[in-house]
Ligand binder design. Structure first.
Ligand code: GLP
Length: 241
């Protein structure tokens, strides 16, 4: 794993955006794996600015998001579909057919997970996967204890994860209890991975990730076994290293 330490959130966002931009510029038919949450917001904004300043052809780009809340329709203001539409798909003027995310309102979540997994497998494979990390080491919505082999599946979110995401909802009770997420096995199939980490809140998780431990109790630790991982961490996140 390569660790790039940067000064702050802005520099982290600019650095990650540059890597995404370079991938899309060098391979117009690239498949990007995308994440949601607070951390990548600045990355998407920086990418949009860069594409506006130095336009590239994005018409053949394909994107696959990591996860979606189960039970939220794509039009729900807190769905990850809406998040991506607002911050990525519309500002980059992508066609909806280029953008993929699990359908949160599917009646049968496991069936939807299997459909989504097949879509990812049938693509040419994720070239570059952007990841954030949860305070408990989760990636996507793969909570501690998830098998490293798991493919896209339905997960029950634990209390801490729901609490961490409650700030986007009116109250914690409104945070869905389940989600559909790419599994760790799916994520590990991507050719390259960028993990972005920002703020004091993530310092402990980054410290644990940088230790030697590889354990299903700390999902992100599997990244030690991937051949091409770049971690971009700001000063606060790296403060315990
Ligand atoms: C959510 C998402 C993850 C994200 C994590 C951290 O649970 N499913 O993909 O990495 O939260 O979010 P944040 O960046 O807001 O701290």
């Amino acid at each position: 794993m390569r660790l790039i330490k940067v000064s702050d959130y802005n520099e982290m966002s600019e650095t990650a955006a540059r890597l995404l931009y370079e991938k899309a510029a060098e391979k117009p038919e690239a498949v990007l794996g995308l994440a949601t949450g607070g951390t990548p917001e600045g990355t998407y904004a920086a990418l949009v600015r860069k594409v506006k300043a130095e336009p590239i052809d994005l018409s053949r780009l394909q994107t696959f998001n990591l996860d979606e809340y189960a039970g939220l329709s794509p039009s729900h203001p807190n769905s990850y579909y809406k998040y991506m539409e607002r911050k990525f798909v519309q500002p980059l003027q992508l066609n909806k057919m280029q953008f993929h995310i699990p359908n949160g309102e599917a009646e049968d979540g496991e069936k939807e997970a299997a459909r989504y997994e097949s879509l990812v497998q049938e693509s040419s494979g994720v070239d570059l996967q952007l990841l954030g990390i949860g305070e408990n080491g989760h990636i996507g919505f793969n909570e501690p204890g998830t098998s490293f082999q798991a493919k896209t599946h339905v997960v029950t979110l634990n209390k801490e994860t729901r609490a961490a995401n409650a700030k986007y909802f009116k109250q914690i009770e409104d945070v869905p209890e389940k989600a559909i997420t790419m599994g760790i096995g799916t994520i590990m199939n991507s050719r390259s991975i960028i993990l972005i980490v920002s703020g004091k809140r993530k310092a402990q998780a980054l410290k644990r990730l940088m230790s030697e431990e590889v354990s299903e109790d700390f999902p992100a630790s599997i990244l030690h076994s991937h051949p091409d991982v770049t971690i971009i961490a700001d000063k606060e996140a790296a403060s315990l290293l």
